[in-house]
Design a binder for this molecule. Sequence first.
Ligand SMILES: C[S@@+](CC[C@H](N)C(=O)[O-])C[C@H]1O[C@@H](n2cnc3c(N)ncnc32)[C@H](O)[C@@H]1O
Length: 153
Amino acid sequence: MKIKIIVVGKLKGFATVAVQEYLKMLQGYSRIQIVQVKGSTYLDSSCDEHLLNQEAEQVMKHLKDDYVILLDERGKEYDSIGFAKHFEGLLALPKSLVFVIGGPFGVSETLRKRADEMISLSKLTFTHQLAVVVLLEQLLRAFKIINNEKYHY
Ligand SMILES: C[S@@+](CC[C@H](N)C(=O)[O-])C[C@H]1O[C@@H](n2cnc3c(N)ncnc32)[C@H](O)[C@@H]1O
């Protein structure tokens, strides 16, 4: 099963290091590709639909007939066991899984409509960088749970 994580905006510093570390730990379970698409420049720090749509276009270029899971704090919340069960079901789908993480103002309505489901990592809002790291940690945890492996930390 191919898994792709598309993130709007660059990963820098601590996030790059953490992402590499998690990708290494996930190697034995799945091939996970991280795609970073260029985020828009929001000049006056307020949301602009046009710029959100531009970001959505960049994301859409990387989508095929995939099953798209949008990460959003308003999405469905799971505990780790519940997420593992749900994820196991997703892995059985005859499609590639694509997780999408938005930019500073989230994602456009078009992209929201394209998503097959929306998952929340918490009610707290994270930066796109932190959201990638938390998602990878939960994917690793889910694989460990699915495979009945110990994962204490
Ligand atoms: C800075 S947040 C965007 C916050 C924006 N105000 C919104 O309404 O979506 C950047 C991205 O990180 C992801 N993200 C941040 N916190 C999240 C959470 N608690 N659960 C799921 N995804 C989250 C989402 O994909 C979001 O689009």
